[in-house]
Design a protein around this ligand. Sequence first.
Ligand code: NAD
Ligand code: USQ
Length: 396
Amino acid sequence: MRIAILGGDGFVGWPTCLHLSAQGHEVHIVDNLSRRWIDTELGVQSLTPMDSIQERCRIWKEVSGETLHFHLLDLAKEYERLKGWLVEHKPDAIIHFAEQRAAPYSMKTDRHKVYTVNNNVSATHNLLAALVESGIDAHLVHLGTMGVYGYSSVGAPIPEGYLDIEIDTPNGKKEQEILYPTRPGSVYHMTKSLDQILFQFYAQNDGLRITDLHQGIVWGTHTDQTRRHEQLINRFDYDGDYGTVLNRFLIQAAIDYPLTVHGTGGQTRAFIHIQDSVRCIELALEDAPEAGDRVKIFNQMTETHRVRDLAEMVAKLAGGRVAYLPNPRKEAAENDLIVKNDQFLSLGLDPTTLAEGLLSEVVDVARKYAHRIDRSRVPAISAWTKDLGSRVERDP
Ligand code: NAD
Ligand code: USQ
């Protein structure tokens, strides 16, 4: 297949490009490199030394013999170029990673809120409108998030996207299928909820073929393909805005920094290893919906964990102490989470769970590049409300 990977220079996008290229697909990376600019804005860098995207593509050619095509394009701001690009390249499938994906970044200031909404909603809507206008029948696979469901503790497993409800009508009770009600916990998660409505509309109105992957928190760094050459290494975010919880705990343990648990650490979240994330995208590509189908929604996660349990586990494995800090976020202090992921299991996903080996691998990577870590960038100081901001501890 000819596959366009939008946001292919990012943390999940890059290993996906390598994985699909290794399988013989023709891969086109479309990215505006905004994530690299945001590193500059924040004064942080990936734990791992990342080469330019052009250099990464050159190394991949040397290692595998396969070509990765790179196109510098802003999905949100360059609608006409995007449409022209689709007409010229006619992809069979499009994988859409190209959004601002950090919840803390999206809550930093009003400017960051506005940027996140404009960037994410415009990127998705531009893509949908351009697909309809150009008549290109590509299967669109979007990376959504588990966070659209919210983390209310009703005790029932979260279904894969849809909920069957019974409503009272003048003619008695009627069954109806609805999108699971969204309850986003940040401006970023809110944009993913808005994306869902855009997808529903364009699937129903124009017959676009869309799969939305509601992904949990991705952890780990290497995949089979990124291990093949030092310069193919994946990015690894550890800072307070972009670093995600388990990867942060692993690097914190590696540099003897107290593990930064927010509040009581009673938040339960869904997780998936980067290798499984890439594999799920491959499985979703092979299971495309037909025109006229509803949006296919998968829960892309393999296990759930409570934040404090993860911290205790990492501290035991790699050493270190756990610090319980004031929570800069507005979120439930404690929640349960049960998630259905039957669809990926039935398609053949063999989940990678939190094996000690894989956890240690990340700690080893962190120790190797520890000299690149700026300890002052570890605290998460982006607060959800002005109130919470005054209580955030900058250095545990
Ligand atoms: P990332 O920030 O590392 O990568 C996103 C890429 O998209 C970057 O290379 C960025 O430059 C590009 N991009 C952003 N806006 C763009 C635009 N307007 N035009 C062109 N390119 C643009 O993020 P990631 O961690 O790789 O996540 C990829 C996707 O998966 C995101 O949509 C995210 O919401 C979703 N997701 C990520 C995780 C996770 O834990 N990392 C979990 C669940 C879902
Ligand atoms: N947390 C800590 N300590 C930290 C960092 C985070 O206790 O140092 C807590 C947070 O308060 C939160 C939980 O850990 O309760 C998860 O935080 P996170 O930053 O790991 O994850 P989140 O903000 O939800 O965002 C990440 C990705 C996002 C993706 C989402 C999947 O950045 O792109 O959509 O995970 S999910 O959480 O399933 O919605």
